[in-house]
Ligand binder design. Structure first.
Ligand code: HEC
Length: 260
């Protein structure tokens, strides 16, 4: 009796595997991004994603000082150069890349959703397989990724004007931080050309430091404006934000090739 049952299960399995192999080999499974998944597949993928992210995030330790203004500003500059092409900021039109992706990248104001800061950290570090969401952990330090997390939390409430203004301020602060000529208001260098960021062990305890990551240079193009942004009114608007005091930051030795 038990034996017959086991045999039945075995045959069913063999048939299922043969069926799946046949389906894959026949070329009839959908792979195009242009067509949305069935509701079932979308639900499966999304649920798997959510469950995995919340599980992974439990082993990540939240650093102090996520709400430090300099950190949020650093995140804003990074976001504008690395993320805004997919995660459309308020007041901007979705790029062609963003519109063509499946799943569709959430807009900036919706990225946070129900995610905790540690969940965001995990997603940004590790990316999302087969979705177009890149892993930034291999190329960026934990400090840089926490800065992005800080900004995402902050940006939830920004409208179009608020976003543009904040980015302008963040760039201005970046100018002061790195000395003259260091930020990308008037010129365009590609983020991809920057020096690789130091190693970071993804998903591991990121330490409890709020200040920047142990003195390694900041990325050179964090504040670069992609052409598509088209909002920055050039670099002529150099108002002075007297409340920012960056003297305790160790960015001064920052080796940046670009000069105004
Ligand atoms: C090439 C396009 C692309 C770029 C660039 C990109 N993302 Fe994404 N991102 C996506 C897509 C697509 C998803 C949706 C993945 C999904 O739903 O499974 C996503 C999802 C996310 C999520 C999870 C949102 C959620 O609702 O669960 C976060 C957080 C995120 N991205 C942050 C960032 C940050 C920060 C950057 C820049 C450092 C960035 N992304 C750059 C395409 C991109």
């Amino acid at each position: 009796m038990m034996k017959a049952f086991g045999y039945g299960v075995f045959c069913t399995l063999v048939l299922a595997i043969a069926g799946i192999t046949g389906l894959v080999a026949s070329g009839s499974l959908p792979v195009a991004a242009a067509k949305p998944e069935s509701t079932l597949v979308a639900w499966l993928l999304h649920t798997a994603f959510e469950r995995r992210v919340s599980r992974e995030a439990t082993s990540i330790q939240l650093p102090a000082g996520l709400d430090v203004p300099e950190r949020i500003q650093e995140g804003a500059r990074n976001f504008a150069s690395m993320c805004s092409g997919c995660h459309t900021p308020p007041g901007k039109e979705a790029s062609v890349v963003s519109r063509g992706l499946n799943p569709s990248p959430p807009k900036l104001v919706n990225i946070k959703g129900d995610h905790s800061a540690t969940e965001l950290f995990w997603v940004i570090s590790n990316g999302v397989r087969m979705s177009g969401m890149p892993a930034f952990g291999p190329t960026h330090s934990e400090g840089q990724i926490w800065a992005l997390v800080s900004f995402i939390g902050y940006a939830e409430s920004l409208d179009a004007v608020g976003y543009s203004q904040y980015l302008l301020e963040a760039r201005e602060a970046g100018h002061q931080l790195m000395g003259e000529g260091a930020t990308g208001d008037g010129h365009h260098h590609r983020h991809f050309d920057e020096e690789p960021a130091p190693e970071s062990d993804i998903g591991a305890t990121p330490g409890s430091q709020s200040e920047n990551h142990s003195g390694e240079p900041e990325p050179t193009a964090v504040d670069d404006a992609p052409e598509r942004m088209g909002t920055e009114g050039g670099s002529s608007d150099h108002h002075d934000h007297g409340e920012h005091d960056h003297t305790e930051h160790d960015h001064s030795e920052h080796d940046h090739g670009d000069q105004h």
